[in-house]
Design a protein around this ligand. Structure first.
Ligand SMILES: NC(=O)c1ccc[n+]([C@@H]2O[C@H](COP(=O)([O-])OP(=O)(O)OC[C@H]3O[C@@H](n4cnc5c(N)ncnc54)[C@H](O)[C@@H]3O)[C@@H](O)[C@H]2O)c1
Length: 326
């Protein structure tokens, strides 16, 4: 698998478009194109607007987009502008349209810039269950444009940021963040983006199709987070934060993590206004969600990543044990 070339730019006008470009974009940006804040060097009939969100990650939502692509005809390079939902859904579409066309990601949320536009995972939901359909289809290019990334959305990327921080807590950039008791803001996140993306890329390249058990660490906090996302209608970012807090607690209970380190991490979460929240969930639904996790074994155990005093470890964990986390 070859991962995308990543370009970091200040302005939208710096993006390079291919002659075959078709832009599939979050309709949030319609107004920006209408008032010429953002422009493309091709006819606007080659822009397809979509409504972002989990609803876009449904098989049937792709139908009208496919029809528009067919009407346009010819060879297309698909540029996907939007957050993680647009990247996941349009990435999937690009991977199967005419058996795969060139895909270019332009992430417009911090979450997508940090995490979802790298690594080549595309995804659609099935019913209420997340990411049940998908493919491995990395973009050829990813354009990270600072002007697109709103400071209001930094909060939604905190989960993925803290995931990477915990996995790297022995690295100097992470230690500095923890020791200085820092708060994540737009400038810090922009300056750390290459570090965060490089880390993810190295892990993905070591296990591109998630068959060797190394890529699984990128799901730290996600297995439990996805249950909360589904059951309690939390946004992906907040669900991951809550999943991480639970994984830290279990890491302490299993004595992987010392009480000192646990307290140190809890303090930095609190400093960033991430508090442990209690939820009442239906155990049956949570169990169904866990049993549909892609990392489940025939023995109903899920390959789970925990944090230890050095870095992290993975261990097969029974579904019943994970249910206790709620
Ligand atoms: N493929 C992967 O590796 C991967 C990794 C992490 C998350 N994800 C997926 O990403 C999705 C969550 O990502 P997301 O939060 O970016 O979702 P999203 O695409 O739903 O965007 C969230 C909201 O932000 C709005 N928005 C987009 N850009 C904006 C901007 N610049 N300013 C203001 N508003 C803007 C959207 O219209 C939407 O309302 C989930 O579906 C999750 O499963 C995928």
């Amino acid at each position: 698998m070859k991962l995308a070339e990543v370009f970091y730019k200040e302005n939208f006008s710096e993006i390079k478009w291919s002659p075959q470009a078709v832009l599939i974009a979050d309709q949030y940006f319609k107004a920006y194109f209408k008032n010429n804040k953002f422009k493309v060097p091709f006819d606007t009939s080659k822009i397809i607007w979509v409504a972002a969100g989990e609803g876009l990650k449904k098989f049937e939502s792709l139908d009208p987009i496919i029809n528009k692509l067919v009407q346009l005809g010819g060879v297309v390079d698909i540029y996907a502008l939007g957050g993680g939902s647009v990247g996941d859904a349009i990435g999937f579409l690009a991977s199967v349209y005419k058996r795969g066309v060139k895909l270019i990601h332009i992430p417009s949320t911090w979450l997508a810039a940090v995490d979802s536009s790298h690594g080549g995972k595309t995804a659609l939901n099935v019913g209420e269950l997340k990411n049940q359909l998908g493919s491995f289809y990395p973009s050829a290019e990813t354009w990270i444009v600072k002007e697109l990334l709103s400071s209001d959305l930094v909060e939604k990327a905190r989960g993925e940021f803290f995931k990477t921080l915990l996995l790297n807590h022995n690295q100097s950039w992470a230690q500095e963040f923890v020791v200085a008791n820092q708060t994540l803001d737009q400038n810090l996140l922009w300056s750390l983006l290459p570090t965060l993306i490089d880390f993810k890329s190295k892990i993905v390249i070591s296990d591109p199709y998630e068959t060797k058990g190394t890529r699984v660490i990128l799901n730290l906090g996600h297995t439990l987070g996805h249950v909360l996302e589904l059951e309690c209608a939390l946004a992906h970012g907040e669900a991951v934060e809550q999943g991480l807090l639970r994984i830290l607690k279990i890491s302490l209970e299993k004595a992987y993590l010392s009480p000192e380190n646990y307290k140190k991490f809890l303090k930095i979460f609190q400093k960033n206004k991430i508090e442990f929240r209690e939820f009442s969930i239906f155990k049956d639904q949570a169990e169904l969600c866990l049993k549909n996790d892609k990392k489940i074994s025939k023995k109903n155990e899920i390959l789970t990543t925990y944090i230890n005093n050095q870095s992290y470890l993975t261990s097969w964990t029974p579904v019943e044990e994970l249910l206790e986390a709620f």
